[in-house]
Write a protein that binds this ligand. Structure first.
Ligand code: HEM
Length: 122
C-alpha cells in the first residue's frame, strides 16, 4: 500500500479551490495586507488565484503543473514584514478552521506554509 499524499488526504483539487477562495478574500479585506492587492486588476487577481491553486495542488502532491514563479522571486521587493506574515498565517488558520480541516492535515498545511517564510518575508 502506498501512502496517500497530502493532496489526497485534504480531498484533492476541489478542496484546494474552496480553500483558496476562502483565503484570498480574507487577505484582500485585511486592513494591513489589503495594500498588496489594492491597485490590481481583476485579471491580475484571477491569474494569481489560479497560480495559487496550482502551486498548492502541485506542492501537496497533486499531479498539476505550477507555471508561476518561485516564491522568492514572486514576493521579492514587496516589503512583506513579520507583521504581515503573522496576519497572513492567522488568515490561513481561520480558513482551515472554517473548512473544518483537522490534524494531521491541518498541521501539515501550517508546517508547509511556515517552511516558505524565509522566501517570502523581506
Ligand atoms: C504575507 C504573506 C504574503 C503576501 C502579502 C503575498 C502577496 C502576494 C501578491 C501581492 C502576489 C501577486 C504578485 C504579482 O502578481 O506580481 C503574490 C503572488 C503569489 N503568491 Fe503570495 N503572498 C504571501 C504569501 C504567500 C504564500 C505563503 C504562498 C504559498 C503558499 C504564496 C503564493 C503565491 C503564488 C503562487 C503567487 C503567484 C506567483 C506568480 O505570479 O508567478 N504567497 N503573492
Amino acid at each position: 500500500m502506498t501512502e496517500k499524499t497530502l493532496y489526497q488526504r485534504l480531498g484533492g483539487y476541489d478542496v484546494i479551490v474552496v480553500a483558496v477562495d476562502d483565503l484570498l478574500p480574507r487577505l484582500m479585506a485585511d486592513d494591513t495586507l489589503g495594500r498588496f492587492w489594492k491597485n490590481r486588476s481583476k485579471d491580475g487577481i484571477a491569474r494569481e488565484r489560479q497560480l495559487l491553486i496550482d502551486y498548492l495542488a502541485n506542492a501537496s502532491g497533486g499531479s498539476m503543473y505550477y507555471t508561476g514563479r518561485a516564491m522568492k522571486l514572486s514576493h521579492d521587493g514587496m516589503g512583506i514584514d513579520q507583521n504581515d506574515w503573522t496576519r497572513f498565517t492567522g488568515h490561513v488558520a481561520a480558513s482551515l478552521d472554517h473548512l473544518g480541516v483537522k490534524d494531521p492535515e491541518r498541521a501539515d498545511v501550517v508546517g508547509f506554509i511556515e517552511s516558505l517564510k524565509a522566501e517570502i518575508v523581506d
